[in-house]
Design a protein around this ligand. Structure first.
Ligand code: HEM
Length: 530
């Protein structure tokens, strides 16, 4: 039995209470058909949302039985998905299935299956779900485009992350991180401490830093958390939105998407026009023979822009908007993942003062070794210089990875040792569960222990049990850039501050966030070190 083939059979209510209500409402319709049909539909939906239909098996995979209309996740809008994955992993092991709406999904958290799906058998799982927000600048980002078009763009964009390019950008990143610290220090005033709303403050800094390093521009009012460019990004990502029942319904009835969108469309206009202006201005500069930045990100975009009239690009449907979408993607892919990771890092540090002290000592002694030459820069943040601080960042990414469920689509039927996955199935990496797999981390997988990533301990770790950046040809293109800014920020932070919880510090995860982790404002005190 395969996951798709079982669908008709799965659509039986199998629920005596539901059938009773169903029958009684049919009688009602005899008296008032319209009201009867409406209340019948409502009753079914509500009873569906309360039922648990148990488990069946499909393609050798345990699958959570779907309800009549709402798939296996009728409470999607009331579920913290990363926690659900951890529970399901404990119940089913390294692979299980469910239906979101009518779409069959398979979740993996076993390192061997992850290796096969994401790397060895990549050809069966090369694409992600097609984005269909109706806004080209979002639908055309590298994350969502399939096949040959993705391959070509990825080939053009990958050279931006070589060691030499990274070094080139690292100087600007480090300047920006230390300026951010100076601002926080001056905000401490006489009290010697400053309260921050972590994700908001960090994302403001990261968006400003991305603009400087990748586009070479200074945003207007870039350091102010209310600046309109940063606000547009946050609004687009729905950072303050809450999902409701409409969202769960829209999974089964996509025409409802417009009432419960995962992206807000309006702010994309400002973002798209800003990027267009920046690319056009660099294009004019190059045409006038002006100096360029040695093939930086913007030069690569201008180069791609110049090729949209070629047969190759035309045949693949690569337009000017596709090129702008890649700039949007680098911001989207980079700033929020980093802001979420660093917000969690602050939480782990606030809960572990002894870890903070060790990091502070390590960074100060590395700086001392340099004898005052250079500050916190590309050389200082190498793992050989700051092994413990690096381990803290890795442990943060292990235990609280910002992407909940990196995904692929099965594009060709796949079988392995009795498991079969049919073409069309969505395959998701249950990141929080995989990173707590006791097979990979036998030593207290639920506990924050940076020591597991020190050289003497980490050699035995299965690399497929650390999922934060995904795997294979379609892994995170910006991984090295991401590590660079996580490390630069963290070293600057522990050099200058201690992180403390406040009475209002509470991590409240949002329901139904399946791409990036969602959580309510998370406050900390940063206490200035003497
Ligand atoms: C803490 C930092 C970051 C984390 C944890 C992270 C995580 C991820 C993950 C899990 C994926 C999916 C991989 C897969 O499906 O195998 C991904 C994809 C991607 N990331 Fe990142 N990311 C980070 C930073 C960045 C940065 C800084 C950039 C850009 C400069 C970036 C750009 C992208 C892009 C464009 C993709 C799609 C790649 C493709 O489909 O070919 N990310 N990221």
């Amino acid at each position: 039995m395969d996951l798709l083939g079982t669908l008709p059979q799965l659509l039986s209510p199998n629920n005596p209470k539901g059938l009773f209500l169903f029958g009684s409402l049919i009688i009602l319709t005899v008296f008032n058909p319209i009201l009867g049909i409406l209340s019948m539909a409502l009753t079914i939906l509500i009873s569906q949302a309360r039922e648990n239909y148990g488990v069946l098996e499909a393609g050798g995979i345990p699958v959570i039985k779907p309800t009549l209309f709402l798939g296996s996740e009728p409470n999607y809008h009331k579920t913290i998905l990363q926690f659900a994955d951890i529970e399901r992993f404990k119940k089913f092991g390294g692979i299980w299935g469910s239906y979101v709406g009518r779409i069959p999904q398979v979740y993996v958290a076993d390192p061997e299956l992850i290796r096969l799906i994401f790397v060895k058998d990549f050809i069966h799982f090369a694409d992600r779900k097609k984005s269909d927000f109706g806004v080209p600048v979002i639908d055309e980002v590298l994350d969502y485009i399939p096949g040959e078009k993705w391959k070509l763009l990825r080939t053009h964009l990958s050279p931006l992350f070589t060691t030499s390019k990274l070094k080139q950008m690292s100087g600007l990143m480090s300047e920006s991180a230390s300026e951010f610290m100076d601002d926080l220090i001056s905000e401490c005033g006489d009290k010697g401490r400053v309260k921050i709303n972590a994700r908001r403050r960090l994302s403001t800094w990261l968006i400003d830093m991305f603009a400087r390093t990748t586009l070479g521009i200074q945003l207007e009012d870039g350091k102010n958390p209310d600046n309109k460019f940063a606000e547009a990004f946050r609004e687009m990502m729905g950072e303050n939105d809450e999902f409701n029942f409409l969202y769960t319904l829209s999974q089964s009835f996509p025409f409802l998407n417009r009432f419960a969108p995962a992206f807000n469309i309006e702010p994309t206009k400002l973002i798209e026009s800003t990027f267009r202006q920046v690319i056009e201005s660099r294009k004019r500069q190059i045409a006038a023979g002006g100096p360029t930045n040695n093939k930086d990100f913007l030069d690569v975009l201008v180069d791609l822009w110049g090729r949209v009239s070629t047969e190759e690009f035309k045949n693949l449907g690569i337009t000017e908007t596709t090129i702008i979408a890649q700039a949007v993607n680098f911001f989207l892919g980079g700033y929020d993942t980093s802001a979420i990771t660093l917000s969690h890092l602050l939480l782990h540090l606030a809960d572990n003062p002894e870890i903070q002290e060790k990091m502070h000592e390590e960074v100060m002694s590395s700086l001392e070794k340099k004898g005052g030459k250079g500050g916190i820069d590309h050389e200082l943040i190498q793992e050989s210089e700051i092994p413990y601080t690096t381990a803290v960042i890795l442990e943060t990414l292990r235990i609280t990875p910002p992407l909940v469920r990196p995904e692929r689509i099965c594009t060709q039927d796949w079988t392995y040792k009795g498991f079969s996955i049919k073409k069309g199935t969505h395959v998701l990496l249950a990141s929080w569960a995989a990173n707590r797999n006791p097979k990979v981390y036998p030593d207290d997988p639920e506990v924050f222990k940076p020591e597991r990533f020190l050289a003497e301990n980490k050699s035995g770790l299965d690399p497929y049990g650390f999922t934060a950046f995904g795997f294979g040809p379609r892994n995170c293109i910006g991984m090295r850039f991401g590590y660079e800014n996580l490390k630069l920020f963290t070293c600057n932070l522990v050099k200058n501050f201690r992180v403390e919880r406040r009475p209002d510090t509470e991590m409240k995860y949002k329901y139904g966030t399946y791409i990036l982790l969602g959580f309510s404002p998370l406050y900390f005190d940063l206490v200035k070190r003497e």
